[in-house]
Design a protein around this ligand. Structure first.
Ligand code: G3H
Ligand code: 13P
Ligand code: ZN
Length: 313
């Protein structure tokens, strides 16, 4: 089936609208019914567009049938919700997601030699565009944990001098860039580290019509880290990107911002607190719904305080 049959939107439409409106669309990762419901509830309450992101490993975790059962069963506000493959590392996995009914795919060739990245990005774009599916590609490389396939300790900033040719040759609809963010909960050694806005400025000048994407943007709310540790966890030295820096990046052409770690922290914090305060309760529906509610609250805060994407229609 095609994504439009489920009521989902083309990601490119959402991102181009965001670029014109000087806000950004959040891409929130999900991996089960509760996390999907949390994101959709936040989108509904804030009337914000959102991108439902599924990583390769989340797709394996859910299985095609269960994922598409959930996707088919949900209701979507018109022109607001997209389903996106996050960090597809091969043409084959991107094709598979398109064939399942995703409305966009990311081909992540950031760890490949440039000519390989261009070749597979082009091939994926050609296939995607046949079905009016949009494609995100990546230039430069983020440090940290990227899906099961990439775990780099070094980051390589995006070279602004090659973005124009890359976009032209690949026909990509959006471009993920590396300007100092990283995946996971351990992004910052100190709070004063800044993103490379000088690089972002040059990229935006060179490709003003291409929506730019910021991965690894979680803010790592310290209230969740503290709560997890208070109720039995052990997470040390975890710091994220400040909301102010993300807002500044959005004002400079970032049109899609990816969050996964923050949502995991919100969920885990709620589960740990609930179980430790309700020692006789062993009904998973109780603590999972509690965690879903906390994740919804966090997505609403992100949309309202960082993205500026609420009430845009
Ligand atoms: O950027 C990648 C996501 O955080 C995916 O993580 O492979 O554990 O789902 P995952
Ligand atoms: P975080 O680990 O910062 O949430 O990044 C998520 C991401 O980039 C998913 O693609
Ligand atoms: Zn990412």
């Amino acid at each position: 089936m095609h994504y439009s049959d489920f009521g989902l939107s083309n990601t490119k439409t959402l991102l181009n609208r965001a670029l014109r409106g000087s806000y950004a669309v959040p891409a929130f990762n999900f991996y089960n019914m509760e996390t999907l419901n949390a994101i959709l509830t936040a989108a509904e309450i804030t009337q914000s567009p959102v991108i439902l992101a599924v990583s390769e490993s989340a797709l394996k975790y859910m299985s095609d049938d269960i994922l598409m059962g959930l996707v088919r069963g949900a209701k979507y506000k018109k022109n607001q919700i997209a389903l996106h493959l996050d960090h597809g590392h091969s043409f084959e996995i991107c094709k598979h997601a398109i064939d399942l009914g995703f409305s966009s795919v990311m081909f992540d060739g950031s760890s490949l030699p440039l000519h390989e990245n261009i070749k597979i990005s082009q091939k994926t774009a050609d296939y995607a565009h046949k079905f009016n599916v949009s494609i995100e590609t990546e230039l430069g490389m983020l440090a940290g944990f990227e899906d099961k396939n990439t775990n780099s300790t070094e980051s390589a900033f995006t070279n602004p001098d090659i973005v124009y040719d890359f976009v032209k040759q690949t026909k990509t609809d959006s471009l993920a860039i590396s300007i100092g963010t990283s995946h996971g909960a351990y992004k910052r050694k100190n709070k004063n580290e800044s993103l490379r806005f000088d690089i972002l400025k040059q990229i935006a000048e060179n490709i003003p019509n291409t929506p730019l994407v910021l991965h690894g943007a979680s803010t790592i709310p310290q209230k969740y880290v503290k709560n997890i540790n208070k109720f039995g966890g052990d997470i040390k030295n975890a710091y994220g990107i400040s909301p102010a820096q993300i807002r500044k990046a959005i004002s400079m052409h970032i049109a899609k911002v990816n969050f996964d770690s923050d949502l995991r922290l919100a969920f885990t914090s709620a589960v740990r607190e609930y179980l430790s305060k309700n020692k006789t309760d062993f009904n998973p529906r109780d603590y999972l719904s509690h965690a879903q509610n906390e994740m919804t609250k966090h997505c609403i805060t992100t949309i309202q305080n960082i993205m500026g994407s609420g009430f845009k229609i």
